[in-house]
Design a protein around this ligand. Structure first.
Ligand code: ADP
Ligand code: ZN
Length: 434
């Protein structure tokens, strides 16, 4: 099913025309309402009339998270506070949170795009759907919530915490869909097992997972343990919140971007040049219809590529590939780039390990060190030093071949690494303190 075929299946020419019209309107709007952008444009000798089509977007200035911080709290708001009906903040994963105000129309667009996502996952009015992203300043909870209501399914606002009660609700209310972080989905699976239940005791069918990077192997793990089909859901608070892009049933390597509202580009983060489809780089979004805090060319720091071309689901929108990580998450260890998602991929391929890991980076005698802590599954954890050493070596060898640097593997007892109910934490970089 497709929620809004008129928008999701538009011809490329129609989409180009719509985006062009919307960009012109947006640029005029921010020029007159956001001094930050007017100043930037004037400094570049650029006026709204210079933007004639979406292809002119490359003329416009970028916006960074630092710009939002420098103009904290409301400096980039275009609409007056009297028009703002809700405020959210980013999670602050990488520093101080940034504040985002929404007008009534912004909220309507948000629940529209979320309904598109949920419909693509196969959620219908007959589903009972649990929203287990945190409710509050974080956009995950309320963003998904209003999408489920807009679609007409029954929303259960479970948020995070009290996981045993949540599982009983999943069973008793016949909850069929859930939105949460992949980390929380794993925690849910563990709690289910701890309660002596199995996936057969619950009837979950669909998972909308996002808010943090996750690998294909993680998808298989969660699907297997919870007995559902897991779909990617992407978003960020600066642009809207969850609902910026979504996987369809084809799951052919990408997530459809709601590009009538959020225009995506990939740039080379060093030269800031726009890159062609297919090339990896930093994802940039322009909010084509936003009123509260519209942003021009916002640099997300998320690394991925864009995929063009028709999809078997019938949607025509550009897709974004899986996010490899944020440029902020990228560790440079002894000069080599390492992403936590690479480690995750290796660990989840090995049946001996739980999908729980932590990278500890340090500097000893001026040399970077990487320790990978990983939990051994109960069935494989034993007192036989020989077999534990062999397991350690097996993982160390695989990591070396994938990362190109050697890591010290530390095998951990089951359940010894701290679980997360929101975004998972996988890195402790002690070098920052030194
Ligand atoms: P913060 O930047 O403080 O974490 P948000 O809560 O707005 O603020 O989170 C948005 C970020 O979360 C994105 O920029 C991206 O890095 C990450 N993210 C969200 N959804 C996904 C997803 N499906 N896959 C990978 N990363 C995601
Ligand atoms: Zn598709």
């Amino acid at each position: 099913m497709i929620w809004n075929p008129a928008k999701e299946c538009m011809s490329r020419d129609e989409m180009h025309a719509l985006q062009s019209k919307r960009l012109q309107k947006l640029v005029t709007y921010v020029y007159h309402n956001t001094p930050f952008y007017r100043n930037k444009m004037q400094a570049m000798d650029l006026s709204p009339e210079d933007i004639k089509s979406i292809d002119d977007i490359v003329k416009l200035p970028f916006t960074t998270k630092q710009d939002l911080r420098d103009n904290y709290p409301y400096g980039l708001q275009a609409a007056p506070l009297s028009e703002i009906v809700r405020v959210h903040a980013s999670s602050g994963t990488t520093g101080n949170p940034t504040i985002v105000g929404y007008t009534r129309k912004d909220l309507a667009v948000w629940s529209e795009v979320m309904a598109r996502c949920l419909t693509a996952y196969g959620v219908t009015r007959d589903d009972t759907f649990s929203v287990s992203y945190g409710y509050g300043l974080f956009t995950g909870g309320l963003g998904a919530h209003y999408g489920v209501e807009n679609l007409g399914a029954t929303v259960i606002p479970t948020s995070t915490g009290n996981t045993e009660k949540h599982i009983r609700l999943i069973r008793d209310l016949k909850i069929s869909g859930i939105a949460c972080t992949p980390s929380y989905a794993l925690y849910l699976a563990e709690t289910l097992e701890k309660m002596g239940l199995t996936k057969k005791d619950i009837g979950l069918r669909i998972g909308a997972f996002g808010a943090e990077p996750w690998t294909e192997n993680m998808r298989h793990e969660i699907e297997e343990r919870l007995g559902l089909k897991g779909y990617n859901l992407y978003g960020l608070s600066e642009i809207m919140g969850p609902g910026v892009s979504y996987e369809c049933e084809a799951q052919n390597g990408g997530s459809h971007v709601c590009e009538d509202h959020f225009y995506p580009e990939i740039i080379n983060p060093e030269t800031l040049e726009q890159l062609p489809c297919g090339q990896q780089g930093e994802l940039v979004f322009t909010t084509l219809t936003k009123e509260g805090m519209p942003l021009l060319r916002y640099r997300t720091k998320d690394l991925c590529s864009l995929i063009e071309g028709p999809c078997s689901c019938g949607r025509t929108s550009v897709r974004m590939g899986r996010i490899m990580g944020r440029s902020d998450d990228m560790l440079i260890i002894r000069g080599i780039n390492v992403f936590p998602s690479q480690v995750e991929s290796v660990i989840l391929e090995m049946k001996e390990f739980e999908p729980q890991y932590m990278l500890i980076v340090d500097r000893v005698n001026n040399l970077d060190t990487l320790q990978v802590q990983v939990e051994v599954r109960r069935d494989f954890f034993n007192d036989d030093i020989g077999s534990m050493l062999a397991l350690k070596k097996k993982l160390a060898d695989k990591l070396k071949s994938v990362l190109s640097i050697s890591a010290d593997v530390k095998l951990m007892e089951p359940k010894s690494i701290e679980r997360s109910q929101g975004k998972g934490k996988h890195v402790i970089d002690n070098r920052i303190l030194k």
